[in-house]
Design a protein around this ligand. Structure first.
Ligand code: ADP
Ligand code: MG
Length: 401
C-alpha cells in the first residue's frame, strides 16, 4: 500500500508553499489536549504538530498558532491554551509567547513583536462566539495580521469554523505535514488496503458507528465487533442482554447490518464470551461468561478471553488493520483485558496498522503501545468522517497543488 503517498493528496502542503524569511504564518494546530491541574496530561497532539512547526521556524517564519480546547462558550481561564504553549516551549527549547485573546489589539501587538523563528499562541478560538459560526468578521480579524495560512489540525477539519475554513479563504493556504499524513494514510486504507483487511470496531454506541460498519462491510474482509456496541447485535439476534448498554435504535440498526453482512464478502464476527460486572464501576463484582446471554442484574463490560484470542488471531494474519473503539470499559481495570489484548495484537501485527483517535487512542497510550502502530490518528470525529467517505471542509478549502 502506498499510504502516505502525496499523490492522493491534491492540496498544497508546506513543501509547496513559498515562505519568505520573516513571513507571518498562521498555523491552525490541534492543541485540544487533556489538562490536569493546569498541566497538559497527554502531549501527543502537541508533539504531532512539531514537524510542521519546526519546518516553518527553520525557514525563518514568524509563527502564530491557534487552536480550540474543549467547548467553552466564551472566555474561560480553565480552557486557556497557556498550559499547551508552556509545553510547546519545553518541546522546542525556546520560550513560546501566549496572547491573552484570540483577536484584538493585544494579539496584534504580540504578532507585530515576533522575531523570525519565534512562536506566539493565540487564545482558545472557542472563546470567540464567531468561531463555530464561521463568522466572516472573525475570519477577517484572524487573517489581517498574517501573510499565510497553514492547517495542521486534522482533529478539526471536519468542522467549517472561522479558524479552519473562514480564514483559509482569505489567505494563500496549505496543509501541514500532520494533516497531509493523516489524510493520505486514512484514504490509503480505504482505497487500497493490503489484504486481508481486518477492521476492529468497538466503543459505546452503534449509532455513532453505523455508517462505518456499513462502509467497512463493503471494503473489509473481516469486521470484528466488540464494546458495548455488540449488545445491540445480540439483542437483534434474540439474546438476552441483562443490564448491558443497549441503545433504543441500536438493535434495529444492528439487525440491518447483520442482514447486509449476509450478502457481503465481509465476515462479521461477534464475541463468543464476555466478562460481566454487577455495575459500571472498578469495584463491581466481576464474572466471566462462556456465551453471550447476559442474565438480569449483570452488564457485559468486556469481551472474554476466547473472543480476545480469536480477534488477536485475525489481527495477526491481516495485511491491513484498522481499529476504532475499545472492546470494553477499559478505564475500569477489571474490564480492560479485552482491550489490552486487542491493543497488543495490533501493536504486534506485521501488517499496516492504523488506529482511530479518541478512546482507542487513549487505550493505546495507556498500555504504552502508541509508537508500535503504523499510524495513530490524532482526530477522532475527523477520522471517522473521512473513512465514511464524507468530505472534510477544512481540507477542501486549502489551495490546490
Ligand atoms: P472511540 O472514542 O475510540 O471512538 P467510543 O467513544 O465510541 O470510542 O467508546 C468509548 C467508551 O465506550 C469508553 O468510555 C468505554 O468505557 C465504553 N465502553 C466500551 N465497552 C463498553 C461496555 N461493554 N459497556 C459500557 N461501556 C463500554
Ligand atoms: Mg470516544
Amino acid at each position: 500500500m502506498s499510504a502516505g503517498s502525496p499523490a492522493r493528496f491534491g492540496k498544497k502542503t508546506i513543501r509547496d508553499l513559498d515562505v519568505p524569511e520573516g513571513s507571518r504564518v498562521l498555523v491552525r494546530v490541534d492543541f485540544n489536549v487533556p489538562l490536569d491541574s493546569g498541566e497538559v496530561a497527554d502531549d501527543s497532539r502537541i508533539r504531532a504538530a512539531l514537524p510542521t512547526i519546526e519546518d516553518l521556524r527553520g525557514r525563518g517564519a514568524r509563527l502564530v498558532l491557534c487552536s480550540h480546547l474543549g467547548r467553552p462558550k466564551g472566555p474561560d481561564p480553565a480552557t486557556s491554551l497557556s498550559p499547551a504553549s508552556a509545553r510547546l516551549g519545553e518541546l522546542i527549547g525556546q520560550r513560546v509567547h501566549q496572547a491573552p485573546e484570540v483577536v484584538g489589539p493585544e494579539a496584534r501587538r504580540g504578532i507585530a513583536r515576533l522575531d523570525p523563528g519565534e512562536v506566539l499562541v493565540l487564545e482558545n478560538t472557542r472563546w470567540e462566539p464567531g468561531e463555530t459560526k464561521n463568522d466572516p468578521e472573525l475570519a477577517r480579524e484572524l487573517a489581517e495580521p498574517v501573510d499565510l495560512y497553514v492547517d495542521d489540525a486534522f482533529g478539526a477539519v471536519h468542522r467549517a469554523h472561522a479558524s479552519t475554513v473562514g480564514v483559509a479563504e482569505l489567505l494563500p493556504s496549505a496543509a501541514g505535514l500532520l494533516l497531509e499524513r493523516e489524510v493520505t494514510t486514512l484514504r490509503g486504507i480505504v482505497e487500497d488496503p493490503d489484504p486481508p483487511f481486518v477492521v476492529v470496531l468497538g466503543g459505546a454506541k452503534v449509532t455513532d458507528k453505523i455508517a462505518l460498519i456499513e462502509r467497512f462491510l463493503q471494503l473489509a474482509d473481516a469486521l470484528l465487533v466488540g464494546g458495548a456496541m455488540c449488545f445491540s447485535f445480540f439483542r437483534a439476534q434474540g439474546h438476552t442482554t441483562g443490564d448491558s448498554l443497549v441503545e433504543e435504535e441500536g438493535a434495529a440498526l444492528a439487525g440491518e447490518a447483520l442482514r447486509r453482512a449476509e450478502g457481503s464478502d465481509c465476515r462479521l464476527l461477534l464475541p463468543e464470551d464476555l466478562v460481566l460486572g454487577s455495575s459500571f464501576s472498578a469495584d463491581a463484582e466481576r464474572r466471566p461468561l462462556d456465551g453471550v446471554d447476559v442474565p438480569d442484574g449483570w452488564m457485559g463490560l468486556d469481551v472474554g478471553p476466547r473472543t480476545a484470542a480469536a480477534y488477536a488471531d485475525e489481527i495477526g494474519n491481516a495485511g491491513t488493520v484498522f481499529w476504532n473503539g475499545p472492546m470494553g470499559a477499559f478505564e475500569l481495570e477489571p474490564f480492560a483485558e479485552g482491550t489490552r489484548a486487542v491493543a497488543e495484537a495490533v501493536a504486534a501485527a506485521p501488517g499496516t496498522t492504523v488506529v482511530g483517535g479518541g478512546d482507542s487512542g487513549a487505550a493505546l497510550v495507556k498500555f504504552g503501545l502508541a509508537d508500535r502502530v503504523t499510524h495513530l490518528s490524532t482526530g477522532g470525529g475527523a477520522s471517522l468522517e473521512l473513512l465514511e467517505g464524507k468530505s472534510l471542509p477544512g481540507v477542501e478549502v486549502l489551495d490546490d497543488r
